[in-house]
Write a protein that binds this ligand. Sequence first.
Ligand code: ADP
Ligand code: ASP
Ligand code: MG
Length: 409
Amino acid sequence: MMALIVQKYGGTSVGSVERIKNVARRVARWKHAGHQLVVVVSAMSGETNRLIALAKEIQPHPLARELDVVMATGEQVSIALVAMALSALGVKAKSYTGAQVKILTDSVFTKARIMNVEEKNIRRDLADGYVIVVAGFQGMDGAGNITTLGRGGSDTTGVALAAALNAEECQIYTDVDGVYTTDPRIVPEARRLQTITFEEMLEMASLGSKVLQIRSVEFAGRYGVKLRVLSSFEEEGEGTLITLEEDRKMEQATISGIAFNRDEAKITVLGVPDRPGIAYQILGPIGDANIDVDMIVQNVGHDGMTDFSFTVHRNDYHKALEVLKPVKQHTKAREIIGGDNIAKVSLVGVGMRSHAGIASSAFRALAEEGINIQMISTSEIKVSIVIDEKYTELAVRVLHKAFNLDQAA
Ligand code: ADP
Ligand code: ASP
Ligand code: MG
């Protein structure tokens, strides 16, 4: 049965000439099986970081428009090399940059959003028997400027093409053979999940699991794209399918996965008057400065005073402290303290019924290792805990075991 398939290959998967040839062999097999193929590729591993470092040597805070022009070159190299490797195997292939496809984005350089994908040229070339090789991570705004989609954005290119072309499936080939209960680099006992729901994958991605860019998951959920994560190094394997429905065949695990990130910093405003409006007085200026706030905790006051803590992205930490200087004055806060040495560890699962139960099991497991909990927040399908960064890996391992996620030995 002939189908249109979108395959996306990440940086490690195209990281060397040998690996590019390997990608071409896989694509050729699918092509020979009678399918139409659109292949999205990332820059060779390390290349995007190298390009950013280069730009920063010239200008510590590079002009965003020019940075996008620089960063987009990484993927442009990959598409041509993959097209050549296909051609060397006798497979007709044609490379396309994002602008050549006309992947139209907004104008927010370095984190642009895809607004439209033109399919006309791709459809024509597919009909003519070509494999189409598209540069991930990049697009073009209405004025013709080159844009990029944020780190990890090639995933989103893949899903957007799959949605626009109504592809049978979007296959994300990477250096692990699926989505695991947690990052298998941190916990060797992590298990591959056969399926994970969009809802859970969204949480995992937004809480720090970088296996899929969060926008790719949003996009796939919204447009009903069948999304699968697979290994580019293995010939066989089902990988992990991102599903709409919770798969009832799966054991009724309360927790599906554990995510973590070290991207946040914590700020505490000590000794402010415990009265209505105080949260607004503190967080209003933070919001006005375009700083996103994640977790917020206001302690129970005593003697009419209270403490107020929240987390921001680490990149915004110093800016947030600056913004709070005048706030300290007019709220008469005793002191503002903070640190960027925290980590957020999150338990995710649609099967989590009682947060109290999950949270208390988690606290016991952490307490047994002497790990102090600084902040907690919950939503329907997650419990997040902020701890000292130096305990991140230990905490993830301990929780992974406590919730029976370890692979059966
Ligand atoms: P690519 O270059 O192919 O896009 P990424 O490095 O972006 O690959 O994503 C794959 C990596 O994601 C893996 O090597 C793994 O270390 C990491 N990862 C983090 N959390 C998970 C998870 N829950 N399951 C699988 N991989 C994960
Ligand atoms: N090359 C880009 C990055 O490193 C995009 C991607 O790999 O998905 O972020
Ligand atoms: Mg990636």
